[in-house]
Write a protein that binds this ligand. Structure first.
Ligand code: ZN
Length: 257
């Protein structure tokens, strides 16, 4: 009797595998992870705001300390994404028709593979080329250099003097179409030129969906799908405008190099 129970239990265990209808059970886990991801994002935004305030007050040491926290949050975000990928591997395997009976082994193997990949990355690959990290650093940079593009962070180690700016790009805060201050600026992903949203939208419409870039010397085509709302630039324009009004001094118009 006992032998029979053991045999049938073993056979059930040996034949156990997750089926396509089990996949829905994984979505509940994703939801939990998503709310965690939102918390991390909120933390990153708070650090950015704090750093901007510190930069205005020249509190460099506090910024350095916060930078460590920012990097930790980015690590955490990566861990979270790896966890998600490792969990996702299981329903993906099931969908591909593989027999999945040992969920933890698959998960552990995938997670440690991803962890190793991340841990072996350089500082440059972990942070200095990470979009979120770059955006955060741009926000801090803009506090004091609203009219100069931030040099790539990857050049930072070759250049310890913060005051030296490598090949600054003079930025235009005026729209090449309206020739007045950019309003709700949109920037082209292709040529990086920026325009007032209403002006470029109208121009593209009149030209049936595509127009040669209005910046003289630029021959790229501008379509709505290569334009993005440039909030960072909007912030710069706002600061430059305020500064110009303070000084009641007409700002010059520069072409982007
Ligand atoms: Zn252009």
């Amino acid at each position: 009797m006992a032998d029979q129970i053991l045999a049938s239990t073993q056979s059930v265990l040996e034949n156990f595998h997750l089926k396509p209808e089990d996949i829905s059970k994984f979505t509940a886990i994703y939801d939990d992870l998503d709310s965690l991801a939102q918390l991390i994002r909120r933390g990153q935004n708070n650090i950015t705001l704090h750093c901007k305030e510190r930069e205005e007050l020249d509190q460099t040491n506090q910024i350095k300390e916060m930078d460590m926290h920012m990097r930790k949050l980015l690590d955490l975000e990566t861990t979270l994404n790896s966890t998600k990928t490792a969990i996702e591997k299981i329903p993906n395997d099931i969908t591909r028709g593989e027999r999945v009976n040992d969920v933890l082994t698959i998960y552990d193997a995938e997670l440690s593979k991803l962890d190793n990949e991340y841990n072996n990355k350089s500082e440059k690959d972990k942070y200095l080329t990470n979009d979120r990290y770059v955006l955060y650093r741009e926000h801090i940079w803009n506090v004091k250099h609203a009219d100069i593009d931030m040099p790539p962070l990857t050049e930072e180690n070759n250049n310890n003097d913060e005051e030296i700016v490598m090949g600054p790009t003079k930025l235009s805060f005026k729209c090449p179409i309206t020739t007045s201050w950019l309003e709700q600026p949109m920037t082209s992903r292709v040529c990086k030129h920026s325009f007032t949203k209403s002006a470029i939208t109208q121009l593209i419409r009149i030209n049936h969906g595509a127009v040669t870039c209005p910046v003289s010397g630029c021959n790229k085509y501008i379509r709505m799908d290569i334009l993005y709302d440039d909030e960072l630039l909007a912030d710069k324009v706002k600061r430059a405008k305020e500064k110009a009004e303070e000084e009641s001094f007409p700002t010059e118009f520069y072409d982007i190099e």
